[in-house]
Design a protein around this ligand. Structure first.
Ligand code: GTP
Length: 321
């Protein structure tokens, strides 16, 4: 096994730079302590906060921002924006690179200009931190992929489970309403049977696009599996959720899709709506919405129904599969 030593780490010489360089006027950073701190986390926010904490001791900047817009990446992981402190007049931007791969841009801000000596120091610390930042960013991307539905690029069941509960807790704390829609395409099996699975897939992709268009950026749209989707609407009471559900239902019936053979096909969806009440779990909210969806199908498809507690009690679809 190859062990990394100080000698292998070119940046380190800069941190502990010797006499000719004007770095001695800056307070030193203990490299081991710095590295230990920064490799101790796989959370990018924590890693960048840690880096800035050490940097602040040296350059006394007032604020920082980090953003990553990775063109080749998937939408969920593509944009990562982190920040700390407050913005100020002078700023420095560093494009972070590790193993020839761009990892985003770090911006440092303060009221005074940054001197050359400080810039050398900053570069040295960023260089030291780069592998750890890279690991944290990779971990973030991997997690985002685990929460993504590969076909539609919406979130998946796992995304709903990991993010949904936190969103509901936020709404409860802020005393805001929240609602959930459970949506299932009507007789989707027939589309697969009639036009083939690839066309069925294209329908699902088109449905996902409609979901994104009709909902707000703050809403969470996920594909639960097959032709079932769930939309969590933070801030939406029953009226607003009903409006959203109807907008969705109309947009889906208005969708005209063409098969590779030139045939046109139409779709519709049944939607169950449930509104959050303080104390509900995500599972309870989902049961309520899912029971309403089931009732909407039974009532003759292509409609929105609101869930009741009693209906949910007889219905036992769970979030975990
Ligand atoms: N093309 C495609 N089809 C899928 C996928 N996943 C599940 N399905 C199909 O989706 C269909 C789901 O059908 P159901 O929801 O059970 O029933 P339905 O035909 O929609 O009937 P109702 O629910 O009563 O409206 C099944 O035929 C599955 O094979 C997928 O990723 N792509």
């Amino acid at each position: 096994m190859h062990t990394m030593t100080y000698a292998d780490t070119p940046h380190l010489t800069l941190v502990t730079a010797s006499n000719e360089m004007p770095l001695l006027s800056l307070p030193p950073v203990e490299p081991i302590q710095f590295l230990q701190a920064i490799i101790s986390t796989l959370d990018p926010h924590h890693a960048f906060t840690m880096l800035n904490h050490f940097l602040m001791n040296v350059i006394h900047h007032t604020g920082w921002e980090y953003y990553w817009t990775h063109v080749n990446s998937i939408p969920t992981a593509a944009t990562l924006r982190l920040s700390g402190g407050k913005t100020d007049r002078h700023s420095l931007e560093y494009t972070l690179v590790f193993n020839d791969r761009e990892m985003g841009v770090l911006k440092l801000m303060r009221g005074r200009r940054f001197t050359e000596a400080e810039q050398t120091h900053i570069e040295a610390l960023i260089g030291l931190a780069a592998p750890a930042l890279h690991n944290a960013l990779q971990f973030h991307e991997l997690n985002a992929q685990l929460e993504r539905d590969v076909l539609t690029e919406l979130g998946n069941r796992r995304a709903l489970m990991t993010q949904g509960q936190a969103w509901l807790a936020d709404c409860e704390r802020q005393q805001r309403p929240a609602s959930m829609l459970a949506l299932d395409l009507d007789k989707f099996k027939l589309i697969n049977d009639q036009y083939g699975h690839p066309t069925g897939d294209r329908v699902l992709i088109a449905v996902a696009q409609v979901l994104r268009q009709v909902t707000r950026a703050a809403d969470l749209c996920v594909r639960m599996g097959g032709d079932e989707f769930v939309i969590l609407l933070p801030g939406a009471d029953i009226i607003q959720a009903m409006e959203c559900a109807e907008r969705l239902r109309h947009a889906l019936t208005a969708l005209v899709l063409t098969t590779p053979e030139g045939q046109t096909l139409n779709i519709s969806a049944s939607i169950g709506l449930a509104t959050y009440r303080p104390g509900y779990t995500l599972q309870q909210l989902y049961e309520k919405a899912d029971a309403a969806l089931y009732a909407a199908k039974h009532a003759g498809y292509n409609q929105v129904l609101v869930g009741s507690r009693s209906a949910a009690a007889h219905h036992h679809h769970t979030l975990v599969q």
